[in-house]
Design a protein around this ligand. Structure first.
Ligand SMILES: Cc1cc2nc3c(=O)[nH]c(=O)nc-3n(C[C@H](O)[C@H](O)[C@H](O)COP(=O)(O)OP(=O)(O)OC[C@H]3O[C@@H](n4cnc5c(N)ncnc54)[C@H](O)[C@@H]3O)c2cc1C
Length: 403
């Protein structure tokens, strides 16, 4: 028998994989849970992430409220402005309003802080994780799945929770009809700057969204308000190096891509000491449970439902995936788990919401970057409907509780 055997294997140690591993450790204390990661250390990129009330609800439910409050910022509002004139287009109060409306806050965090929080939970369950395990081959077997790494080591498991990201080997090899991710024609410039290094009038506890023609920028505080995270999305070519999504970038190229912009936005961008470039890829939204589950194999996080960043929900959906899995494990009627049935149920609960969020994210991108009549209609709708247009109750009130 293969000594590298686990009752359940989680592939990938990003936000999705750590969340899934923690939930498995919590609800299946007797089971052996394996966690495989290709990198030589568990880590996340140096960038921020917004967590809507649906995501913070999951973290609160997992007992991570105080850990979140130590590292997060809690912006007072989302402030939409015109990228050229600087005029206000809309406001959505967050802070108390989000708490009153949804019961949990709207938070902004550094990815590494969220990742560390989850990793600590995983380790507390005795799941150490196997690093440097780049899986090349994923094969479905009668007993579950066999994973073979670049160095020829094989891992067997009755159940595979694949959280191996946008370029998922699992999806590529086990969902052979599924189309691969395609470049969207858009690239994201990302950077961070210390609040103290910004002009004083720009040090605000706000998510500022700058809307321009074929571009938008977002900045918000992270690290308990000590840093500002900045993202600028423009239309552009894919960097020459393939696949990997983190590339060096220059301020010069960024300003060239942006053209004329408002002084406040320019000053915020000029303060950022270094830029990274991420080409954005997309896949069509999931359409059925079978897009996420096959027997005892499930695709979670970006492996299953990658999305454009315009709704800031990719990581939130990964957290919801794991939370839903946890709920199903918690409410099962017997100690033994019927994995194909449980994962099928999980897929039925998740595909509609994830597919909707994927489609909505793409639609938001078109609205954010609008030109011509669409831009005119957007600005009018924002002026008339204000915060009702900027809020997303069906999203933030989630995740739906499995009946
Ligand atoms: C510009 C931008 C801004 C965003 N902003 C937000 C936001 O504000 N809020 C939000 O909720 N989401 C946001 N997202 C989305 C979010 O970043 C992703 O949805 C989330 O990080 C996905 O996590 P994951 O664990 O599924 O995938 P990943 O983070 O890609 O993790 C996959 C893991 O699997 C490992 N792996 C991959 N292949 C193998 C293999 N063959 N063998 C072993 N290990 C492997 C990788 O090394 C990695 O550790 C944004 C995305 C972008 C591009």
């Amino acid at each position: 028998m293969n000594p590298n055997r686990a009752d359940v294997l989680v592939l990938g140690g990003g936000i999705a994989g750590l969340s899934a591993a923690w939930v498995l450790g919590r609800y299946l204390p007797e089971a052996t849970i394996g966690l495989l990661e290709q990198a030589d250390a568990f880590s996340e990129v140096g960038a921020g992430i917004q967590l809507g009330p649906n995501a913070t609800r999951v973290l609160y439910d997992w007992g991570l409220k105080s850990a979140l409050w130590e590292v997060a910022a809690f912006p007072l509002l989302v402030h939409a402005r015109d990228a050229v004139s600087g005029s206000e287009k809309g406001r959505l109060p967050l802070a108390d309003r989000a708490l009153q409306r949804y019961g949990t806050p709207y938070a902004t965090v550094h990815r590494a802080d969220l990742h560390r929080m989850l990793l600590e939970r995983v380790k507390a369950h005795g799941i150490e994780g196997q690093l440097g395990q780049r899986v090349e081959q994923v094969t479905l077997t009668e007993q579950g799945a066999r994973l073979t790494t670049q160095t020829g080591v094989s891992w067997d498991s009755g159940v595979l929770i694949a959280c191996d990201g946008l370029w998922s080997r699992t999806r590529e090899q086990c969902w052979s009809q599924a189309p691969a991710a395609a470049f969207t024609g858009q690239v994201a410039y990302r950077g961070m700057v210390r609040m103290a290094a910004l002009p004083e009038d720009l040090r605000r506890s706000e998510v500022v969204v700058w809307l321009g023609r074929r571009l938008h920028a977002v900045h918000y505080p992270v690290r308990a308000g000590e840093w500002l995270n900045v993202v600028v999305v423009v239309h552009g070519d894919r960097p020459a190096e393939d696949a990997g999504w983190d590339h060096a970038a220059t301020e010069e190229a960024l300003f060239h891509a942006l053209g004329p912009i408002h002084r406040d936005l320019r000053r915020a961008l000029e303060a950022v000491p270094a830029w990274r470039l991420w080409p954005l890829f997309g896949r069509r939204p999931v359409r059925k449970a079978g897009d996420l589950v096959q027997g005892a194999v499930a695709l979670m996080g970006d492996a299953g439902h990658p999305m454009r960043p315009y709704l800031a929900q990719g990581a939130a959906m990964a957290l919801e995936d794991a939370w839903t899995l946890g709920r199903l494990l918690e409410s099962r009627s017997s100690a033994a788990v019927d994995w194909p049935a449980l994962l099928q149920r999980w897929g039925e609960l998740r595909w509609r919401r994830c597919g909707w969020v994927q489609a909505r994210s793409t639609r938001n991108g078109r609205i954010f970057h609008a030109t011509g009549p669409l831009k005119w209609g957007r600005d009018l709708a924002m002026a008339v409907m204000g915060e009702r247009l900027m809020d997303t109750p069906a999203l933030y009130a989630g995740p739906p509780f499995p009946a």
